[in-house]
Design a protein around this ligand. Structure first.
Ligand SMILES: N[C@@H](CCC(=O)N[C@@H](CS)C(=O)NCC(=O)O)C(=O)O
Length: 216
């Protein structure tokens, strides 16, 4: 089995969390961000994550892939059911999604991530995301303080009080962790201590690396 993904992609993180936690033997392959050919060959559309089975068949959709990993992974490693908290927290985070994107997108291409190893991969992403943001990456970087403040204010009041001693991953974590993990690419972003502990805890539980060492 092979999982094709981008490191910065929050949907890919969902699938990788469950694969890591449930110790699924899967080969991880990072695609260049402008590699449409591989996606088209496998699933006839440009989208990751993609799970390719040994018989050559393939599937998309992060949560379907995550559930497949849950099904085939180590039985003793249980993913706890989702609760109402995931919608509340993801709704709260989505209130500042344009600020989160303005912080993350320009940093993603500067952080030496493998999906941006070529100039054409960077240009592909940058062209698309600058249109999406309605501003250049340079402008978004110049506005860092403003976007950071909005995101930090939201994090400070987030309705999320995780139990950071729980050794079971939950479907709430699968929905909440990817955004918080991606925000670790923002240098010195202020997160309440419980959320900092949470990202470290879930990172250790799933093997997903954080971005503190390359934050900018
Ligand atoms: N609903 C999909 C969304 C996946 C998605 O939007 N992936 C993005 C990367 S973060 C993508 O492949 N975009 C197309 C592109 O990069 O050209 C899922 O949950 O897997």
């Amino acid at each position: 089995m092979k999982l094709y993904y981008y490191d910065h992609c929050p949907f890919c993180v969902r699938a990788k969390m469950v694969a890591g936690y449930k110790q699924v033997p899967v080969e991880y392959i990072v695609l260049l961000n402008d590699d449409s050919e591989t996606c088209m060959r496998l699933v006839h559309k440009k989208q990751v994550p993609i799970l390719e089975f040994d018989d050559g068949s393939a599937m998309v959709e992060s949560l379907d892939i995550a559930h497949k990993f849950d099904e085939i992974g180590e039985k003793s490693r249980v993913v706890s059911p989702a609760t109402d908290i995931q919608k509340k927290v993801t709704d709260e985070l989505s209130e500042v999604s344009s600020d989160i994107n303005a912080l993350l997108f320009p940093r993603n291409v500067k952080a030496s991530l493998p999906e941006f190893a070529t100039k054409s991969a960077i240009e592909y992403f940058q062209g698309k995301k600058e249109k999406n943001l309605g501003k250049s990456f340079d402008q978004a970087m110049a506005e860092t303080a403003e976007h950071k403040k909005k995101v930090e204010d939201k994090l400070a009041t987030l309705s999320f009080h995780p139990d950071n001693t729980n050794e079971n991953l939950s479907w709430d974590d699968v929905m909440i962790f990817p955004t918080l993990r991606n925000l670790t690419i923002v240098k010195d972003i202020k997160m309440p201590q419980r959320l900092q502990d949470y990202v470290k805890h879930i990172s250790a539980l799933t093997g997903i690396q954080l971005y503190y060492d390359r934050a900018l």
